[in-house]
Design a protein around this ligand. Structure first.
Ligand code: EPZ
Length: 425
């Protein structure tokens, strides 16, 4: 259980960890490489641990040195995978390509993950069908088998992050040219491209959301690679700084280059931000927050994964602001929890809602389907003048590395004594 005691103004420096959404597909891509790969800046979060659990079942070996992960995928034997572990994590979808390229036949549970929409996988399956794989699936289970088809192929990735990443992994070793259209270009997708290029893959990026993959004889399998820092975690701490700092917080490894749209909206809300030095930002406390509308979008638009932290900022703004969530139908569902905390708002439809600020957040028993919203509510409790007891804290450890320690280093009066529900007194 997480105990958040009295409201304390935060100060100091926070160092952003490696990116969850980059590390997960990259660990899977390494299964393709059959060698010894050293990955630096890997976040030690529960989802990474679950992944490593799963791959050790197929005889891949790994070891840690701090946040450096050494993977040895030379001797992968069986594809006897644990269903229970795979079901838990949406990112298991990345299993599809590396395992098919090894075993040509797989049978895995449908990878649900956060309940922010139905999470369809048609783009993934259609891309695999295009290159020779037939599939049968229902919301429980996916069976795929086949052999790589000859000839040049054009594949539509539907601007899906994981479908683009799966197609990259499935096609780098295909003996023919592959053109991926409508690709996602999120920073974590580009980090995966950089890893595959480091492994000698021939990948060209076109400005029109197109990726060209040419055939290469073999991929190298003995190198070191850096995972990018997590721009979503960085954006979350920027909101915390604007709402809960004494004067300001310094954010190291901030990934400023990936956060242009988000930072523009913070500035529009009146938040003062100073670029200190290489990728370190100083974000100041904002006393008079302006109401600002946001609309989420694919990269480089406003990230859907920062919709919930920005919404917490807007609960403290003067005036009416609108949130337009384009990507996921159910990603505004957590607004019903905000209402329980006495936030004045109106949900217009599954994609749009209005917030009337400012709001004095009140104690409430809340829950959330979405881990980002869950973390955003921790920010809400850190700025509400109540003692809060948070349960199911283990969820947050799935995606955020050492977040209690990080908050403590910023002088938050918080402690984790695990396992239970939320009571605010
Ligand atoms: C990735 O999910 C991220 N997860 C999500 O982050 C993120 O919210 C999302 O991309 C959008 O940026 C990981 O990288 C592990 P999508 P993914 O396929 O790949 C529709 C977080 O908070 N779609 O890009 O599953 C889909 O319904 C998590 O870290 C299809 O219709 O998302 C959605 O509307 C949550 N058919 C849109 O595309 C498909 O086959 C974008 O989804 C695939 C997707």
């Amino acid at each position: 259980m997480l105990k958040i005691n009295w409201w304390k103004k935060l100060s100091g420096v926070v160092k952003i960890s490696g990116s969850k959404n980059a590390a997960l597909p990259i660990i899977w891509a390494c299964l393709l490489l059959r060698g010894k790969i050293t990955l630096n800046n890997v976040p030690k979060i529960r989802d990474v641990e679950t992944f490593l659990d799963i791959i050790s079942e197929i005889w891949a070996k790994y070891s840690w040195k701090g946040n450096t992960l050494i993977l040895d995928t030379k001797n992968m034997e069986s594809n006897k995978l644990s269903y229970e572990k795979i079901k838990k994590v949406r990112a298991s979808i990345f299993l599809l390509s590396p395992l098919l390229m090894h075993f040509w036949k797989i049978n895995i549970p449908f990878p649900w993950g956060c309940n922010i929409w139905k999470r369809p996988i048609d783009s993934h399956l259609n891309s695999l069908k295009k290159i020779g794989f037939d599939y049968k699936y229902d919301w429980e289970n996916i069976k795929i088998s086949g052999k790589l088809k000859k000839g040049e192929k054009i594949i539509n990735s539907g601007f899906s992050v994981s479908a683009t990443e799966n197609s990259l992994i499935a096609n780098v070793l295909r003996k023919w040219k592959t053109i991926l259209k409508n690709v996602a270009i999120e920073p974590h997708v580009m980090n995966l491209v950089d890893l595959l290029r480091k492994a000698w893959a021939d990948i060209k990026i076109r400005y029109s959301h197109e990726i060209i993959i040419e055939w290469v004889e073999e991929l190298s399998s003995d190198f070191e690679f850096d995972i990018i820092s997590d721009y979503i975690e960085s954006g979350t701490f920027m909101v915390l700084a604007a709402l809960a700092s004494e004067k300001y917080l310094d954010i190291e490894n901030a990934r400023v280059c990936d956060l242009y749209s988000f930072i523009e909206k913070l500035k529009e809300s009146g938040v003062k931000i100073k670029d200190l030095w290489w990728d370190t930002l100083r974000v100041y406390r904002c006393e008079n927050i302006k109401a600002v509308d946001i609309q989420t979008n694919i990269f480089p638009g406003f990230p859907t994964d920062l919709q919930s932290p920005f919404t917490i900022l807007q609960t403290q703004a003067n005036g009416m602001s609108k949130v337009h969530e384009i990507l996921f139908e159910w990603r505004l569902n957590w607004f019903v929890e905000l209402e329980k905390m006495w936030v004045k708002l109106a949900i217009l439809n599954p994609h749009e809602a209005i917030i009337f600020g400012p709001n004095n957040l009140k104690p409430a028993k809340v829950t959330s389907w979405d881990l980002r919203a869950w973390m955003s509510m921790v920010i809400a409790w850190l700025i509400s003048e109540w003692k809060t007891r948070v349960t199911q804290i283990e969820y947050i450890y799935r995606w955020y590395e050492n977040f209690v320690e990080k908050l403590k280093k910023l002088w938050a009066d918080i402690e984790d004594s695990s396992k239970a529900t939320i009571h605010s007194s």
